[in-house]
Design a protein around this ligand. Structure first.
Ligand SMILES: C[S@@+](CC[C@H](N)C(=O)[O-])C[C@H]1O[C@@H](n2cnc3c(N)ncnc32)[C@H](O)[C@@H]1O
Length: 436
């Protein structure tokens, strides 16, 4: 059966629905998965652009409409506004306006507002420069919520603007080569024959120079590689470097493991007994699937890592990886919805969860062993401040040389990420703690 390509008005309608759902608190990952396959690539591309320009679109809508229209019409209006001011614009402005109005007319939930949407969008076409000049508040300027911008500026006074700018740029796909299956050079040469351009990044990573679906890359089914950002690829080498087993084999705990990216990386780099935990029953199967595709094995358990009494056999670990739940404020390049989904209170709530996990897992590290604490957050409350508070409570813990906050667009605040002088990676925080 052949499907004809969807019309632009259909893509706009579906993108507006995605925006309405994000504003109601749902993440785009699940929304994209639920889309009709014929709409999915187009809606995904448009929605990511909309979310990257939403701050400006909301400010423009406040200028253009004295009252906010009902949710469905507002979402369609904001979708069209965001795409009209996106850089680069995905379609010529007049096409976008005509198709947005068509989308409004063809949906019962929005048809009563079709003329209103038309009037607002045409006014933006006529008065674009004046309207844009009038929307200068931080949220419109940086396309992130005001509370987020304030927190970032306070945490990183010298770098916050670069971090926000990088957050609005699409990120290239970065893969980690499975050293147990193939060398990076072999992978590169097979891809180059297939016309796929990539460049090395970090110890064992590859950055694709043109976007492509992962499963269509040669070697995917054979477990040659996994998707993993360059900053996330620091975790396994940091924990393993210089770590020796107290017994015959390394005993490692990956406390918050799903979907298993870092568990797999640990196993690709070393012979070890790895216990991988996660509290989320829906995500735990993905650890097993990923390890299976890569030809690796670990003991995978559904458990609350903060309650060792329920799952720990009493034997200490040489190394513990705590890739803690966090705001994910470092991965907004790939997930631009995150900034609109988070609420200011989430930071303190997640920091409390992180502290509870650190507190519960530290006694499981053998003397001389290590715990690597990390989050994909750029906020200090989930990074530097968290670790300083931990060190103040645990005098026998020693902070070993660690990257600290790796800021996208900057590199590390303390030391730049090798091979990534431009800071072309997600935001991450790493602290390597050794037990005395
Ligand atoms: C940042 S993600 C982990 C990503 C993973 N390490 C990787 O590299 O693929 C955080 C994970 O922590 C899990 N989590 C949150 N609270 C937990 C807890 N108390 N115990 C175990 N897992 C938890 C979440 O379900 C989520 O899968």
């Amino acid at each position: 059966m052949t499907h004809s390509a969807p019309d632009l008005w259909q893509l706009l309608q579906a993108s507006a629905e995605v925006l309405a759902q994000v504003r109601a608190g749902r993440s785009t990952t699940a929304l994209f998965d639920a889309l009709d396959p014929t709409l999915r690539p187009g809606v995904q591309a448009l929605s990511l652009q909309v979310l990257r320009s939403l701050g400006r679109a909301l400010a423009l809508r406040r200028q253009l409409a004295s009252r906010q229209p009902p949710a469905a019409s507002d979402a369609l209006l904001c979708t069209a506004l965001a795409l009209l001011v996106a850089d680069p614009a995905p379609y010529p402005p007049h096409t976008l306006v005509t198709q947005a109005v068509e989308a409004a007319k063809r949906n019962r939930a929005t048809q009563a507002h079709a003329s209103f949407i038309n009037a607002c969008l045409r006014r933006l076409l006529r008065e674009r420069e004046q309207l844009l000049a009038a929307v200068q508040e931080p949220q419109a300027r940086w396309n992130h919520p005001n509370w987020w911008i304030e927190r970032l500026a306070q945490d990183h006074p010298a770098h916050w603007q670069a971090v926000l700018t990088s957050g609005d740029k699409p990120a290239a796909l970065v893969l980690r080569v499975n050293a147990r299956r193939v060398s990076r050079e072999h992978c590169l040469s097979v891809w180059s024959e297939a016309g796929i351009a990539a460049e090395p990044v970090g110890d064992n990573g590859l950055r694709l120079l043109r976007s492509q679906t992962v499963v269509s890359l040669p070697g995917y089914a054979q477990g040659w590689f996994s998707v993993q950002d360059a900053a996330a690829q620091r975790a396994a080498p940091l924990l393993l470097q210089g770590l020796v087993p107290a017994g015959q084999r390394l005993r490692l705990l990956d406390a918050c493991a799903a979907p298993g990216g870092k568990t797999a990386h640990l196993l690709e780099r070393t012979e070890a007994d790895v216990l991988a935990l996660d509290i989320d029953a829906d995500r735990i199967g993905r650890i097993k699937d990923n390890l299976g595709r890569l030809g690796l094995s670990a003991q995978v358990e559904l458990a609350d890592a903060a309650e060792p009494a329920q799952w720990w056999d009493g034997r200490l670990f040489d190394g513990v990886l705590l890739d803690a739940p966090c705001t994910a404020s470092g991965i907004v390049r790939r997930h631009p919805d995150v900034r609109w989904l988070r609420r200011p209170d989430d930071v303190a709530e997640l920091a409390a969860q992180q502290a509870r996990l650190l507190q519960a897992l530290w006694p499981l590290v053998r003397p001389g062993g290590r715990l690597l604490y990390c989050t994909c957050s750029v906020f200090k409350a989930e990074g530097q401040d968290q670790v300083q508070a931990f060190l103040a409570r645990h005098r026998q813990a020693q902070l070993l040389p660690s990257p600290g906050h790796l800021l996208p667009g900057i590199g590390s605040v303390d030391a730049r990420l090798p091979d990534n002088p431009e800071g072309e990676h997600d935001g991450f925080f790493y602290a390597l703690l050794q037990r005395g």
